[in-house]
Design a protein around this ligand. Sequence first.
Ligand code: TYM
Length: 330
Amino acid sequence: KKRIFSGIQPSGYFTLGNYLGALKNWTILQEEYDCIFCVVDLHALTVRQEPKELRQRTFDSFVQLLACGIDPEKALVFVQSQVSTHSEMAWLLNCYTYMGELNRMTQFKDKSAKHPENINAGLYTYPSLMAADILLYQADLVPVGDDQKQHIELSRDIAIRFNNSYSPTFQVPEGYFPKVGARIMSLQEPNKKMSKSDENVNAYITLLDDPDTIMKKVKRAVTDSDNQVRYDIQNKAGVSNLMDIYSSLTGKNRVDIEREFEGKGYGDFKTAVGQSIIDSLKPIQDKFNELSENKDYVHQLMKQGAEQASKISHKTLRKMKKKIGIYEVK
Ligand code: TYM
């Protein structure tokens, strides 16, 4: 069975972009592959976090994964900071990662431009921690949205470099991207990706938004004055984005959708898109509310996950240390 690893930051309620770009695929992949999913709270520390909020969001993120359909009987789910191998491996990998490589990372450039007051070393070495996450579990495939492509490439390069310097140690991972939904855009600025850290709450839909809020946000989504539902990323980015969302949620393709709304305006189209989101999120929200009440159960799952992840990852870490020449007392 192929091994899958992926992670998500607890930096807010998950967005429709997270869901369509990653989480939805995770729930499908767990049926067939050996899957490991992680709430990467250490990555979230690269921007300032309110301690109380971070704690709550880490819990909520774990619960959201379960609510989306990640089944702890089928997949291993855990919180990154509860497994110490990640931090340890990240240091080791930092010593096999070039500054030139990190300098090229667009996410680092974007985030430093956004937070010029806090360009910390963690933000810079973020990709080595991500490579540690992936390589520790010998993952074959990493299901993510388009924005993570560059980080996965770097993880591959680091793995290949280490394997070549010593001997085969790491599985070289590959990205796995959804056909539709790999890049869901902001509802307000459709040339920018939908992000949970956007200042404008109308730019994104979270998995826990109530039906009224969802419909309002979709109705307010930026489109164009042409009033024709037609896929054209260049000239009709807003409409194309809504079509991608609708397509991903309903399984209808672009041609089906254009036909469905032929001769109808954006009003009807937006109502249908909004409704498809509301209907898709309803079971997730119900499950979230139910599980949130059951803290002990969630904690038990977290502990189990961390224990298992620790076992698997220690194997890789030991192997790596041995090759490097880290002194070991038997
Ligand atoms: P994060 O937390 O930003 O996003 C989690 C997942 O959601 C995808 N995603 C999107 N997909 C489509 N459209 C969007 N607008 C959109 N926004 C986010 C992301 O591509 C991602 O798959 N660095 C990672 C977390 C991470 C990780 C890992 C991922 C840490 N270690 C190891 C894979 C493997 C991140 O910040 O994701």
